[in-house]
Design a protein around this ligand. Sequence first.
Ligand code: UDP
Ligand code: MG
Length: 153
Amino acid sequence: MSSQTERTFIAVKPDGVQRGLTSQILSRFEKRGYKLVAIKLIKADDKLLEQHYAEHVGKPFFPKMVSFMKSGPILATVWEGKDVVKQGRTILGATNPLASAPGTIRGDFGIDLGRNVCHGSDSVESAEREINLWFKKEELIDWESNQAKWIYE
Ligand code: UDP
Ligand code: MG
């Protein structure tokens, strides 16, 4: 059962929110069988983005990327289920939308690298760090899905 409690942080970036793609993105995770355990619309500040993208601080693209990420609301979500971190990255597609397969979010909705619509944690450790950064403990909802027995054998 514990493999089903893996969690990942998925965010719809300001371009995805502006373009009205949030429901379609949520829907892909729901339909796959993953369970939503936290969700909120948030305007990120420098401090949050510097922590979230700590590995990219100082890179040439960083200032432009941060100003884009502050340009509008972000839909922050946490999803739970078996292998959700890796599968989440697969559902998102490659970082560069032009290299993303059709059927992925970025491959269906994106063109430019700096407008790739969504974020997903790249490892179980990153997921834990990012979830704690974007959400308070009490914002993570423990609930039992009635669908679980139809999704997991
Ligand atoms: N990014 C960018 N220019 C670059 C590299 C990255 O604008 O040259 C943005 C891009 O939107 C990407 C984010 O920075 O999603 C974080 O980069 P990372 O390599 O971590 O990609 P991800 O984990 O989002 O696939
Ligand atoms: Mg990354």
